[in-house]
Design a protein around this ligand. Structure first.
Ligand code: HEC
Ligand code: HEC
Length: 295
């Protein structure tokens, strides 16, 4: 009797695990109601920094738009490689529908129903507006093809299985940080640019032991996942530059003491330099409005 009860519970537990961890693909995507604009999509593309990760590591300036992938992202869980997301039909995403694209970027779910690793910052992109993602898709259809196959991630056995990512997603849902900040329209725009498109928190916020962001220390500085040094705290506790100085840094990379943005921030500045002056100002005002924290 007891044995039957134990094996029945084991079967029920396994079934529950299977159901909870399967990636549900939403039937209808609200994005279908929006007409995408290629031109606006280019702006969203720059604001959200897709090329910083998906262009080839040995790329030249003109080739930056060939999203061949291949850049390595070391982490405590192994090394991830950004895949080819050019519109090549075989090795890129050229055969995808708009719905596949939305599910990947906003929900971290592949067309085959698998979970993506959060090294792809979909937790930030989850709040991308329908219009922005429709524009982004319109732009993606115009970028060049590359037939270079993606590189497999280099991960230990225990992280190779993608099903448990479902639990990670449940535990690390993006919390609405914005609401706490301000109802000012410029600050609100800044929060969308920082929290959602610019995914600044992915580098500047410390992480917990499963790699989730510690929202209590939002933008409070973090260990560099590549193992060298710290990524700075950019809350008012540490970032004492005035608004114009932050705007200048995002435009040219120059700090108030004539230093220049280095490391990964150089790639970020390449993107923020392509934004409008109003949007850089919005980012700066947001950074001045958030609570100061220190880990
Ligand atoms: C911080 C680096 C980073 C940024 C920024 C980034 N990605 Fe990715 N992306 C990745 C990684 C790493 C993967 C692989 C995830 C996996 O295998 O689970 C990925 C996977 C993808 C995939 C799935 C490809 C496939 O073959 O299944 C798509 C589509 C994608 N990214 C699109 C985008 C778009 C669009 C943007 C900008 C809005 C973007 N990515 C920004 C790192 C990044
Ligand atoms: C890929 C990782 C990464 C992302 C994403 C990122 N940053 Fe940074 N950021 C850095 C690093 C690394 C530095 C330190 C640069 C240096 O030492 O020159 C830095 C420095 C800064 C500084 C200067 C701080 C100081 O005290 O010198 C500001 C301001 C800043 N980042 C704002 C942003 C904003 C705004 C975003 C989003 C649009 C962003 N960062 C996204 C990695 C990142």
């Amino acid at each position: 009797m007891k044995k039957i009860a134990i094996s029945t519970s084991a079967v029920i537990l396994m079934m529950a695990f299977w159901v909870i961890t399967s990636a549900k693909i939403p039937e209808f995507s609200s994005v279908e109601n929006y007409q995408g604009s290629l031109k606006k999509g280019e702006y969203v593309f720059n604001a959200s920094g897709c090329a910083s990760c998906h262009s080839s590591p040995d790329t030249t300036q003109e080739e930056k738009l060939v999203l061949t992938g291949g850049r390595a992202f070391p982490s405590p869980f192994g090394t991830f490689y950004a895949p080819n997301i050019s519109i090549d039909k075989v090795n890129g995403i050229g055969a995808w529908s708009e719905k596949d694209f939305v599910n990947a970027v906003r929900h971290g779910v592949s067309p085959k129903g698998k979970h993506y690793y959060p090294s792809f910052p979909y937790t930030a992109y989850a709040n991308m507006t329908d219009q922005d993602i429709a524009d982004l898709w319109a732009y993606f259809k115009s970028i060049p093809e590359s037939s270079k196959p993606s590189i497999d991630h280099d991960l230990p056995m225990y992280v190779r299985w993608r099903r448990p990512i479902a639990f990670w997603k449940l535990l690390n849902k993006r919390e609405p940080i914005t609401e706490l900040v301000s109802s000012d329209a410029t600050v609100q725009r800044g929060s969308y640019l920082v929290e959602t498109l610019g995914h600044c928190g992915e580098c500047h916020t410390p992480r917990n032991f499963i790699g989730g962001l510690q929202y209590d220390y939002w933008l409070g500085g973090a260990k560099n996942p590549a193992g060298r040094g710290m990524i700075p705290n950019i809350t008012p506790t540490k970032l004492t530059w005035d608004t114009e100085e932050i705007v200048e840094y995002l435009a040219s990379g120059f700090t108030p003491d004539f230093d220049v943005a280095g490391g990964h921030m150089a790639d970020v500045v390449e993107n923020t330099s392509k934004l409008t002056e109003e949007d850089r100002l919005a980012i700066a005002e947001y950074l001045k409005a958030i609570p100061g924290v220190q880990k």
